[in-house]
Design a protein around this ligand. Sequence first.
Ligand code: DAH
Length: 345
Amino acid sequence: MNPSQLISNLNDKLAQTLALVASAQELQALYDAKVAFAGKQGFLSDIMREMGKLPKEDKPGFGKEVNRAKVAFEEAYVAREEELKNAALMDKVKKDAVDVSLPGPAMAAGAKHPIYLVMDEVVGILSRLGYTVRTGPQIEKDWYNFEALNIPPDHPSRDMQDTFYIDDDHVLRTHTSPIQIHTLLTEKPPFRALAPGSVFRKDSDISHSPNFHQIEGLLVDKHVSMADLKGTIAFVLKELFGSAVKVRFRPSFFPFTEPSAEFDCSCPICSAKGCRLCKQTGWIEIGGSGLVNPRVFEAVKIDPKQWQGFAFGFGIERMAMIKYGIDDIRLFAENDLRFLGQFNL
Ligand code: DAH
């Protein structure tokens, strides 16, 4: 072949290849075109072999032509490769694009635990009678949890409350009553104190949980009687369960009150007709109460001749079970959102 024929072949092939490059829709097609034209066994290699056969004086001119074709191909190749890569990227961006006008996934709103709903309600009711909230530690010294409340070591009433001992001198508080002691030691009467909190006992079945909640009330003033106590308790229960409920007091015993009484309310579920919750009696036990035992005042160095008081305490789980008709105390601690979500309507 003479040089001009070779050059015309080269130009034809280059034009074809550039058309292939320009129309390639995928990187693979582009790559195939490169192999065919500029690869080791491609068109340019073949034509270079032909060049070897040309007369010496034609070689440089032809070599230049081959180079020009090579450069033209490279430029077209790189440009198209970039176009295809950009197009692929745009495609991916489009596919993965977020439609900001779509509503997002719904976020579940947090809600108060039913125990805290009832706790807040009781605190709200008693705050209208002038009570304010106090707190105390959950790990108590024996003295606060028992002794200062007139429950000496070996006293049988310690058996009423199965205790978790931390060591010889510390317990997980078994009731909120030790907050009475903290309050009496740090504040000057008269006052009306309210202490909601978590308490612990070795006990577990459908109506007992090893960790439950109580609310403690303590009023200290100059002239305090059982009538004041009854009025307060009746007010709380009627506010909580409706004015139709009846409240009754039964004589009882607590070491830290004298006299002591337990209080019940007529069953708000069956209107005292008798049901499973009130065990067919029409009455539901709510909590304990009484006038502050002078021995408690003595333990905290307050003169019982000058000051009197009443105290009361009850379990919040029990209140919530009555209020919402729940028959298993363990549900409160299970963290099942289907259960917990029912109370914030
Ligand atoms: N602390 C008692 C208990 O957990 C309840 C109680 C009874 C509290 C009488 C009082 C009270 O303040 O006066 O069983």
